[in-house]
Design a protein around this ligand. Structure first.
Ligand code: FE2
Length: 265
């Protein structure tokens, strides 16, 4: 789980013995500051989350916070498509904040169309999409061949199992061998953690872009201001995965790579 993240921290961090610092057993301190990422030059990081070790696990690629906007859309669309092609998922989930400007709706349709050539695309909206108009974003997704599930459920057949993927404005308690909630704001964890999902996906916070350390599954200092600034968190049989997202208004990151999340369920 989170092999890439763990490796990144392990390479740069001294080991902290829980016997010496029992109260800090979940803390990862940086040995040295990592490079500051300014701009959008780096390829998207692929984080893996393994909820299943089945050989025929369904691979869900969660992509949130693309934030298509003038001058950046071509780069972002190419990076998203590159990541999806590398991952070869069974389903692509677009987790909201897809566009920042109405002028980019056509680019969104084109991107969804190209992603649809890789795998079926399911999509929801985020707060930025609401500013553009959810109906307009939904139409752009549908025009590209994607399925809008913001207030619906998609049931994906995979290896004889039903993977039920719900949007954030859908009643819980859906049937399926695997139950996934595809959301945008991780605040939904407050109400969804007891709703019987196997996996809850969210984005929105961008990891707060700067990460000094991870403590009890939360990214700091962001979690001081946003309590749901998690990375990956298991509670009972439900796992919350919060993506650090694809792009930001101000493209600066530190120890917080722009990413997509490949989930094995
Ligand atoms: Fe966002």
């Amino acid at each position: 789980m989170r092999a890439c993240d763990d490796g990144a921290f392990r390479d740069r961090s001294p080991s902290i013995k829980s016997a010496s610092f029992p109260q800090l057993s979940g803390l990862r301190l940086p040995w040295s500051g990592g490079p500051l990422e300014i701009g959008l030059n780096q390829a998207l990081h692929v984080r893996e989350e393994r909820l299943s070790t089945r050989h025929d696990a369904c691979r869900l690629l969660y992509i949130s916070d693309i934030h298509l906007r003038n001058g950046r859309s071509d780069t972002l669309a190419r990076q998203v498509l590159d990541a999806a092609t590398r991952c070869s998922p069974d389903v692509v989930l677009l987790g909201g904040d897809l566009v920042d400007r109405p002028s980019e709706l056509n680019t969104l349709s084109d991107l969804v169309g190209k992603l649809h050539d890789v795998a079926p695309v399911l999509a929801i909206g985020g707060n930025h999409d609401r500013q553009i108009g959810m109906d307009r974003v939904r139409e752009a997704v549908a025009h590209g061949g994607g399925q809008w599930i913001h207030d619906g459920i998609a049931r994906v057949m995979h290896g004889g199992r039903v993977i039920a993927v719900s949007g954030p404005e859908t009643a819980p308690h859906v049937d399926g061998h695997v139950r996934v909630l595809c959301a945008h704001n991780p605040r939904i964890w407050k109400t969804s953690r007891h709703a019987g999902y196997d996996l809850v996906l969210a984005g929105h916070l961008h990891g707060c872009q700067l990460v000094a350390c991870e403590y009890r599954d939360r990214l700091f200092p962001g979690a001081m201001f946003y309590p749901y600034c998690f990375s990956s968190h298991q509670r009972g049989s439900t796992r919350l995965v919060v993506s650090r997202g694809v792009s930001d208004l101000v493209p600066i990151r530190w120890r917080c790579p722009r990413e997509v999340v490949l989930c094995y369920v």
